[in-house]
Design a protein around this ligand. Structure first.
Ligand code: NAD
Length: 492
């Protein structure tokens, strides 16, 4: 797709111009070129989208569940048809490589496959004769209007975690995509209309924090699902909960990768490299700190250094590129300031890859730090860029101690040939998603994407059965019916 696109909101199945006049440029991070503009919606736009979702709810929630699933299935078929152009859109506005983008679109489609059948997973129960003449039944019903607020790093996948499942379960939806990557979300909106979603079932409101803040307290909104950075997740969780909404807020990460001396080192190096530098490190599952258990450190750093120096940095649409740009100049400056900080904290730059000069893109040199101490800020804070820190530790116990001291608990991985150690790691690591000899432990769509500690707020996770619970509420019915008179014995 070429040419700049000026987006409008999508409300009740139609484009709807924002009431405000503010717009933001959308840029291709590989070139800096403006590829679109996005409206900065305000309270009036939010009210219109919520009203459309509210108006659509009675008919949609009473549409038979199988019919809703089939409609979501038609949407899935259109995603399959357009998966390549969706991936190109992700490359163009996010910057990741085509392989990373295509993989993320595929993962998103898997969530839609899950959504199609979600109705059959609805929890329900009946207890006949729970008291004398009384039957108990449990129903799962949709909540009403659900809001989804999504981050820049997965322009297609994270929206697809949310709205297909919520909608299949009978809710109506208002999506507020990241203002940095709104073009792919708009394509999803167009496909939902082509699939035949009734007007108002999915609405898209573009904008920044003003649109979000209006959504968090909007009277017609029943639940808010958020994925993004930790400070914003805390704000979303507290504000929306105070306004009486059900809230789920997935947040930031600092993922630890433990390498034991018995590990398959070449295999571990491949896995660590793609975990840390895939999507230019802009992933909540990105490995960020390697805990190298003595005496593996020297060999591991030597092998990782060779590979980091050989990484090819460039535009995501060049098939030879390993690492694309980061999303914006401010993000590039932030990551580079962390690289300077690491050096001033006393860590050693073991290796860096060269960046293309003079392209106008927001490229950062992939950087490997060695001799990082756990107390350093580069070992504790989420950098969200192509930077990997190696902390050398004396033992498995010390590795666990360092990883578990993190304020975050999204993902963690261990590389070893020792099943007992792997099992102990699984039991004792304080993280929601655990990899054993793999560095990006993304759960399949039928399982929850689950963060611990500061990586998530709320009782339930974003995908799988926990999403089904989040997007529904339970009703229990106790019934007693007048007893039927006993049949009279036939006259003889
Ligand atoms: P972000 O928090 O800046 O933005 C996320 C959303 O919140 C956007 O739609 C944005 O418009 C809105 N927003 C931003 N600032 C706001 C404010 N002050 N008030 C109200 N709304 C605001 O996150 P991002 O930079 O787009 O995404 C990257 C972050 O997301 C990283 O921290 C990453 O770890 C996290 N993330 C987490 C997961 C997970 O599953 N845990 C998945 C993907 C990304």
């Amino acid at each position: 797709m070429t040419g700049a696109r000026d987006l409008t909101n999508r409300v009740a199945g139609r484009p709807r111009s924002s009431a405000g006049t503010g717009r933001l440029d959308v840029r291709n991070p590989a070139t800096g070129e403006v590829i679109g503009t996005v409206p900065l919606s305000g309270a009036e736009d939010v009210a219109a989208a919520v009203a459309a979702a509210r108006a659509a709810f009675p008919a949609w929630s009473s549409t038979p569940v199988g019919e809703r699933g089939r409609l979501v299935g038609r949407f899935r078929a259109l995603l399959e048809r357009d998966q390549e152009s969706l991936a190109r859109s992700v490359v163009r506005e996010h910057g990741k490589t085509m392989a990373d983008a295509a993989g993320s679109v595929r993962r998103g489609i898997e969530s839609v496959e899950f959504a199609e059948g979600a109705a059959s997973l609805l929890p329900g129960a009946t207890i006949a004769n729970t008291a004398r003449g009384v039957d108990a039944e449990m129903f799962s019903e949709p909540l009403g209007v659900v809001v989804g607020i999504t981050p820049f790093n997965f322009p297609v996948m994270v929206p697809l975690w949310m709205f297909p499942t919520a909608i299949a379960l009978g809710n109506t939806f208002v999506l507020k995509p990241s203002e940095r990557v709104p073009l792919s979300a708009d394509l999803l909106g167009a496909l939902s209309e082509e699939a035949g979603f009734p007007p108002g079932v999915l609405n898209i409101v573009h904008g920044d924090k003003d649109a979000v803040n209006a959504l968090l307290v909007a009277p017609g909104v029943d639940a808010v699902a958020f994925v993004g950075s930790a400070p914003v997740a805390r704000h979303i969780y507290t504000t929306a909960a105070a306004a009486g909404k059900r809230v789920l807020a997935l947040a930031g990460a600092k993922n630890h990768l433990v390498v034991l001396p018995d590990a398959d080192v070449p295999g571990a190096v491949d896995s660590i490299l793609s975990s840390a530098f895939g999507s230019a490190g802009e992933r909540c599952l990105a490995g960020s700190v390697v805990l190298a258990v003595d005496p593996i450190g020297d060999e591991l750093v030597r092998r990782l250094s060779e590979r980091v120096r050989a990484l090819k940095v460039g535009p995501g649409d060049d098939p030879s590129t390993d690492v694309g740009p980061v999303v914006r100049p401010e993000q590039r400056d932030r990551v580079e300031s962390y690289i300077r900080l690491g050096q001033s904290e006393g860590a050693t730059v073991a290796a860096q890859a060269p960046v293309p000069a003079g392209s106008g893109g927001y490229f950062v040199a992939p950087t490997l730090f060695d001799h990082v101490r756990p107390s350093m800020r580069i070992a504790r804070e989420e950098i969200f860029g192509p930077v990997l820190a190696v902390v050398r530790v004396a033992s498995f116990e010390e590795a666990l101690e360092v990883a578990n001291a993190s304020e975050f608990g999204n993902a963690a991985a261990i590389y070893t040939r020792d099943g007992g150690r792997a099992r102990a790691f699984r039991e004792r690591i304080q993280a929601g998603m655990v990899g054993v000899n793999l560095g990006v432990p993304a759960p399949s769509a039928a399982l929850p994407f689950v963060g611990w500690k500061g990586s998530a707020y709320g009782a339930l996770a974003a995908t799988g059965p926990e999403a089904v619970r989040f997007f529904t509420r339970t009703k229990v019915v106790m019934s007693r019916w007048p007893a039927e008179p006993a049949p009279r014995p036939p006259a003889s």
